[in-house]
Write a protein that binds this ligand. Structure first.
Ligand SMILES: Cc1cc2nc3c(=O)[nH]c(=O)nc-3n(C[C@H](O)[C@H](O)[C@H](O)COP(=O)(O)O)c2cc1C
Length: 312
């Protein structure tokens, strides 16, 4: 089973990825959070920092493009080539209104002609391997049906499908039945993404779609960083796990200090991760409340090390 790290803006950035690789493990691929490009320009140029080679010393991620026109992709491809990337991913899943309202992310899915137009211009010239990460639609899963033949017309490296629609955001049920219906109709290698938190979740999707050999995990890894080792049948003792987790967290703090100034900015960044990470702890709600209360890194470290010592 190939295991990919999901792109999560503000969460699985270089700070997380480098710390994770250094102390916990490497994924088969990691996808970097999107870089939004609009009218041929980077929308937030700072998003490009995430893929700088000096921020990706252990394993290069797959950069992700969020945009809806060929000129923007070309600008993005130049950035990728400048940093020696050979593969990129197109985001057709972002559900936020500020993105979908501009006809990007999941906002493209109700318009197969626009998806076809974008893929046509990209594949006419790109030198990159290009994969697509998408949802089933913006409002209805049936929006996916006319998209199948569009995707099948292009040499897409792989299709990563998160079987929700945009209007669900990240909540509600994943529509695994729809995934099982549509996945075999796509001619590309398929990767399943959505709500994988345990080995049983993987068994379930494998029994629904036999032969699925790639999965992408986001929140499940934040919740249980050892899920990757479990999938690979790597046995870890309690002492190994707590030392790995401790070192991972120390690295996160050190790398946050490089990016953010002041304890409060660092704590805000870490708090977002804890909104998922705490779920892996028995008294996670209490720990998350304590994390939110911290106003200095020194106080945070007390909460952190106590939580880790009580874990597992
Ligand atoms: C806070 C947050 C940020 C996300 N940012 C991105 C992103 O930059 N690009 C993307 O393709 N998906 C993004 N996603 C979606 C995830 O990659 C993934 O598709 C989704 O969380 C479902 O997988 P999971 O249940 O394993 O987390 C984001 C999700 C969350 C919750």
């Amino acid at each position: 089973m190939e295991v990919y790290l999901a792109p999560m803006q503000g969460l699985t950035d270089w700070i997380f990825r480098e710390s994770f690789y250094e102390h916990i493990g490497q994924f088969d691929k990691a996808f970097a959070p999107f870089i939004r490009v609009q009218n041929g320009d980077f929308y937030h140029p700072s998003q490009c920092n995430d893929i700088l080679p000096e921020h990706n010393t252990f394993q290069k991620p797959v950069p992700q493009f969020l945009g809806n026109d060929g000129a923007s992709f070309q600008h993005f491809e130049e950035l990728c080539q400048k940093h020696d990337y050979t593969e990129a991913n197109i985001n057709l899943g972002c559900p936020f209104i500020k993105v979908t309202g501009k006809g990007m992310g999941a906002g493209m899915l109700p318009h197969p002609d626009k998806v076809a137009g974008l893929l046509e211009t990209i594949f006419a010239t790109t030198k990159l391997k290009v994969s697509v990460k998408c949802r089933l639609g913006l409002e209805h899963a049936t929006e996916f049906e006319p998209l199948i033949s569009v995707f099948n017309d292009y040499p897409i490296e792989e299709m990563i499908l998160h079987p929700r629609v945009g209007k669900q955001m990240y909540k509600g049920e994943v529509d695994q039945e729809a995934f099982a219906r549509y996945a075999p109709k796509l001619k590309h290698p398929i990767c399943y993404n959505g709500d994988i938190a345990t080995l049983a979740d993987i068994d379930k999707i494998q029994s629904l779609v036999p032969g699925i050999s790639r999965i992408m995990i986001g929140r499940g890894i934040l919740q249980n960083p050892f899920l990757l080792a479990e999938i690979r049948n790597q046995e870890l003792s309690k002492a190994e796990k707590s030392s790995m987790l401790r070192n991972f967290h120390i690295s996160l703090i050190e790398r946050c200090k490089e990016k953010y100034s002041g304890d409060l900015n660092i704590l805000r960044r870490l708090e977002e991760m804890w909104s998922y990470h705490a779920e892996g702890f028995e008294d996670g709600r209490k720990i998350f409340k304590q994390v939110k209360k911290c106003n200095t890194l020194a106080k945070y470290e007390v909460v952190l090390f106590k939580a880790i010592s009580e874990l597992i």
